[in-house]
Unconditional design. Structure first.
Length: 381
């Protein structure tokens, strides 16, 4: 449905390629699907997934809150009309000056994972609500976070006690399992740790109010993923098991699962070639690559569904690459892709479910190629 409307827009307007087209009604649908599947958790949309002002506006109208990571994202959200009390500064890596900016903008919820940041928050964002992020290193995320964020549960207990002593308003524990998580059980370990931290804090007279379960809910690219409702069920039963009759409020910070399906990238084939007469693979070079928005093809982590006007005709194996003079600007050489033998220079190639982590990752002008343009369609405009 949204793909049809996007294609109709592309046929009518023939915008320059490459470009991303977002169907705003599909963004609203994506929000409702995620909200319903993960209820009663409250939704804070992770702005970095797609920071287009139109997207932020639609989600604000739907009642979403927002996970922001910098003064730039705060300004973007406020400019789009978002109320500052619906923002949460979820980045644990922030300059003291950025905390001051956020506080002056009206942001009153923050996540931290270190003593230093805790003290800076107490000083520069007094009485704000705080989550302490714990490290949950669960395997299975297709774009994992490694050990960059979060602290051990023991340290989280100490830091949240410190936060309470310093006059901050203890929200509770946060964690993030990594993006595009295809195993609904991935949240189990974090919820168990959060319950341990909560029980330990209670013994010291500090009550947590909520657990922030982060993002990571997946989108179907080439491979099927479990339905979102399954994530809601597994999380719900895990919270009941670990927290019993006094469950905390829950928050989630989905990005990808809300916007990915709402976007399609139209690209153009620049060149189709073979490296030798006996080469089994054709090389297909597109006018979009790693630097114009397909950063998530790094290590071929995300394998997008592709579509051309020749679909259904005879095809053959291909290596797919971007247009820049960087040897790493190859999208797929290990992941087996096949494209129609009829594909020629000037043909369009569409990249599906491309609404998340594309335009926001595009470089300013590497090799003179402009960043990915975004167009929007839909009634919610
Ligand atoms: C990126 C990010 C998210 C969103 O992750 P998705 O995989 O897009 O759902 C949520 N929370 C935090 C802290 C993040 O950094």
């Amino acid at each position: 449905m949204s793909t049809e409307r996007i294609r109709a827009f592309l046929e009518e307007k023939q915008p320059a390629t490459p470009c991303l087209v977002i169907d705003l009604d599909a963004v609203a649908d994506g929000y409702r699907r995620v909200r319903d599947a993960l209820a009663p958790a409250r939704v804070l949309y992770a702005v970095k997934a797609n920071p287009a002002p139109e997207v932020v506006r639609v989600l604000a109208a739907e009642g979403a809150g927002f996970d922001v990571a910098s003064p730039g994202e705060i300004d973007l959200a406020l400019d789009a009309g978002v109320r500052p009390d619906t923002l949460s500064y979820g980045n644990t890596i922030k300059k003291p000056a950025d905390i001051t900016r956020a506080y002056e903008s009206g942001v009153r919820r923050f996540t931290f994972d270190s003593e230093s940041d805790c003290d800076t928050l107490a000083e520069r964002a007094p009485r704000s609500g705080v989550w302490c992020r714990i490290l949950v290193d669960v395997p299975g995320a297709q774009t994992p976070f490694g050990r960059k964020f979060g602290c051990s549960p023991d340290l989280a207990v100490r830091l949240l006690r410190r936060a309470a002593d310093a006059g901050l308003d203890v929200e509770g524990v946060a964690f993030h399992v990594g993006s595009q998580h295809v195993d609904p059980a991935a949240w189990e370990a974090g919820i168990a740790s959060a319950a341990t931290v909560s029980a330990e804090l209670a013994r010291h007279g500090v009550e947590i109010k909520s657990v922030n379960l982060g993002g990571g809910f997946p989108t179907r690219y080439r491979d099927d993923v479990p339905p979102l409702a399954r994530y809601g069920e597994v999380i719900g039963s895990s919270v009941r098991r670990h927290f019993g009759r006094t469950p905390p409020e829950l928050y989630v910070e989905p990005g990808r699962a809300i916007v990915a399906d709402a976007g399609l990238i139209r690209s153009e084939v620049v060149l189709v070639s073979r490296k030798s007469d006996v080469d089994s693979h054709r090389w297909v070079y597109l006018d979009i690559g790693r630097y114009q928005g397909l950063a998530e093809t790094e290590a071929e982590m995300i394998a997008y569904r592709l579509s051309t006007a020749h679909d259904g005709t005879a095809d053959g194996p291909v290596i797919i690459a971007g247009p820049t003079c960087d040897g790493d600007d190859v999208l797929y050489q290990r992941t087996p892709y096949r494209l129609p033998l009829a594909l020629r220079t000037g043909d369009h190639l569409d990249i599906l479910s491309a609404g998340a982590y594309t335009a926001s990752y595009a470089s300013v002008s590497f090799n003179g190629f402009p960043p990915l343009a975004t167009h929007v369609v839909g009634e919610s405009r």
